[in-house]
Ligand binder design. Sequence first.
Ligand SMILES: Cc1cc2nc3c(=O)[nH]c(=O)nc-3n(C[C@H](O)[C@H](O)[C@H](O)COP(=O)(O)OP(=O)(O)OC[C@H]3O[C@@H](n4cnc5c(N)ncnc54)[C@H](O)[C@@H]3O)c2cc1C
Length: 430
Amino acid sequence: MSHSISRRDFNKLLVTGVAGASLGIFGTSNNAFAASKRVVVIGGGFGGAAAAKYLKKLDPSISVTLVEPKAAFYTCPFSNWVLGGLKTMDDITQTYTVLKNKYQINVIADAAVSIDPARNAVKLKNGSTLNYDRLVVSPGIDFKYDAVAGYSEAVANSRIPHAYQAGPQTIMLQKQLLAMRNGGRVIICPPGNPFRCPPGPYERASLIAHYLKEKKPQSKILILDAKEKFSKQALFKQGWEKLYPGMIEWRSSVTGGKVVKVDAPTMSVTTEFGVEKGDVINIIPPQKAGKIAFDAGLTDATGWCPINPISFESTIHPGIHVIGDASIAGAMPKSGFAASSQGKVAAAAIVRLLQGKVPAAPSLVNTCYSLIGPSYGISVAGVYKLTAEGIVEIPGSGGLTPLNADADQLSEEASFARGWYNNIIHDTWG
Ligand SMILES: Cc1cc2nc3c(=O)[nH]c(=O)nc-3n(C[C@H](O)[C@H](O)[C@H](O)COP(=O)(O)OP(=O)(O)OC[C@H]3O[C@@H](n4cnc5c(N)ncnc54)[C@H](O)[C@@H]3O)c2cc1C
């Protein structure tokens, strides 16, 4: 998704940073110069936890409060590895202990229910109110359940999981795979763009195939896609042919992939070309920004949040920075790595804005590893800069695993994927 802005607007973006800074200093407190500045962060996932930690690292005098209802955060990265039997739920569980104890972040285990941008206030479910000089919102995604007839949150929680927010949904899908008969059929239905983690559904198909090949080798996987093509397509397809020949079938939106209806009682989906039955069905519905972003009026007609790409400050409500999957970040994919990069950019911008300075134009980065088998990894990387067109990938900056990579290189990529996970977890929650 790319939102272009005129050169005049681009220049204006640079100065709104200064206007925003004055709001942070003079806007909320008569005594704001003397008191320590207060930043509230909503959401303790990849974006929010990184922003909270880096705010404290960059300026320990800032009072940082992180609002997150979950005591333990299950990472979506590596949740497909759980489905493939390569990791456990414990392996993908992160807590806020280090952020609390080492970084002195005030972690509140509650949900934000409303934001009052005029009063710089956040209301929590427990009834209390938090005031802020700057607010960071990183609520991740919500699902457009009604985009697929017959699908709903109730169906997702009882019979046909999306497993696109890691946790109980991952466990449900894993249990269904464990219970499935040898010779069963798994149907995976990825959505159209944009959505969280573009390679995610295809890594999922790969690692489910790994599990089935070992335990239930007569089984098949059918991917019914709402898109014509997908991320790292040639690499995935090559990997499937090498590791799981004849096991995974992918149908694009032009060859009958787009699912228009789900029927949980008969475990079937209807596409434009007919009805398909599955033993296990995984619907990944189209997505939008997390609910609080909608309730606070931070979204536009796309269902995502427009931001000033220098600081990730909302172009709708000054003083509020929206990062991660919920934001419209130009060419950057919706990934944990991207959310973390944006959390750091927002933290650095906020520190400057609170000091009355102009934020520096950021350089942003993303790498997405996917595992096709335990020793078969692939990756795509990109470096992004700010132009009048918004956030664009620097031509030639990226990298993709070559199609002719040998077994050693693919095994090294799998090893780098494990290293990537350990690093980002340490950088964000450790
Ligand atoms: C299967 C799968 C595999 C993936 N693999 C990778 C990968 O290998 N690499 C990668 O980079 N990315 C990967 N991703 C993508 C990555 O998980 C997301 O892009 C990332 O989590 C986005 O970060 P975020 O901060 O925007 O949202 P999240 O990490 O989802 O965090 C949002 C947090 O906000 C909290 N929240 C929501 N509403 C409120 C509220 N009202 N009050 C308080 N808190 C609230 C939620 O509880 C949640 O903890 C994967 C995703 C999936 C689904």
